[in-house]
Design a protein around this ligand. Structure first.
Ligand SMILES: Nc1ncnc2c1ncn2[C@@H]1O[C@H](COP(=O)(O)OP(=O)(O)OP(=O)(O)O)[C@@H](O)[C@H]1O
Ligand SMILES: Cc1ncc(C[n+]2csc(CCO)c2C)c(N)n1
Length: 266
């Protein structure tokens, strides 16, 4: 594959469909300054302190989707709460508690109520990050904390919405205590694997497409020009190979890729 290290953090300018992925922002022991701007959207789902700490540091803009602010507030001890002040709380605000709203308002956080009943709080927050990008004239990768694995309708919404966001060529990662996952657009991908934080399991999920043709390297059960579909073959419970530095995936259509996060329980 043609893309070298210099394009690692520059996927938007990479040749279409030829993308390198670096997840070093997940590793708290990686001290390098963030090479890209990232926005964190905290959704209303449980998450651990260690996951929050890592993602908070990796992102320069922080937003809570409605009840996501309750999660942030409740997870932090009083003396630490003031070190984790989001830039924005946004949603229809049917979940945000009054005490949480009062606390963050008193710290100067914008709390924006959007009553639109045709868009979810997740969508409202992505809209906010787009507005922020315009103001700052720079693009942000997006990290969603939560959104998979709770209510099935919300989970499918996250899968669908992030699948649709790929058209904007944004990097959108969905992170939970169990997984990091994102949509690989059609083409060739090379994913740098830090075995200290990723694995052992992973999956390639043909959600939102009729079918896709996959060729992989770096997995225990590789695929070669194999057609995958929701109604047919799906690679679940696959494994990373400990000796392999990269996983490569070629896909003819967009596909959800997920990889387990290790050492994340606290
Ligand atoms: N059980 C869940 N499973 C998965 N994601 C969730 C769940 N609950 C909330 N979320 C995510 O967190 C966001 C904020 O949720 P919150 O509970 O504050 O509002 P909601 O009324 O449930 O969501 P919405 O208004 O978006 O329908 C949601 O937009 C969704 O992305
Ligand atoms: C066809 C259709 N189905 C469901 C909803 C409900 N809905 C979707 S997003 C949202 C906002 C939640 O904060 C609500 C209530 C709708 N509008 N249209």
């Amino acid at each position: 594959m043609g893309a070298g290290i210099s394009t690692l953090f520059n996927a938007r300018n990479a040749p279409s469909g030829d993308t390198d992925w670096d997840l070093s922002f997940l590793n708290p022991s990686t001290s390098a300054a963030p090479p890209v701007a990232r926005g964190l959207i905290i959704l209303n789902q449980p998450f651990s302190r260690s996951l929050l700490d890592g993602l908070w540091k990796a992102c320069s803009w922080h937003c809570c989707a409605d009840g996501g602010a309750n999660r942030l507030f409740d997870l932090l001890p009083d003396e630490l709460r003031r070190s984790y002040i989001p830039d924005l709380i946004k949603g229809d605000l049917d979940s945000l508690r009054a005490d949480v709203r009062d606390y963050y308002s008193s710290k100067g956080v914008s709390v924006i109520q959007d009553h639109d009943q045709n868009s979810t709080d997740l969508m409202k927050c992505v809209q906010a990050i787009q507005e922020h990008e315009k103001l700052e004239s720079r693009e942000y990768d997006i990290v969603l904390l939560g959104g998979l694995g709770g209510r099935l309708d919300q989970t499918v919404h996250t899968l669908s919405y992030v699948h649709k966001l790929r058209r904007m060529r944004k990097k959108v990662f969905v992170v939970t205590d169990d997984n990091i996952s994102w949509v690989l657009g059609e083409g060739q991908h090379r994913i740098l694997i830090d075995h200290d934080i990723l694995g052992p399991t992973c999956g390639l999920l043909p959600i939102g497409v009729e079918s896709t043709v996959l060729t992989t390297t770096g997995l225990r059960w590789n695929l070669t020009e194999a057609r995958s579909s929701f109604d047919g073959l799906i690679s679940t419970s696959n494994h990373l190979v400990p000796e392999e530095k990269y996983v490569t995936i070629n896909t003819s259509r967009p596909i959800w890729w997920c990889v387990e996060l290790s050492n994340r329980k606290d």
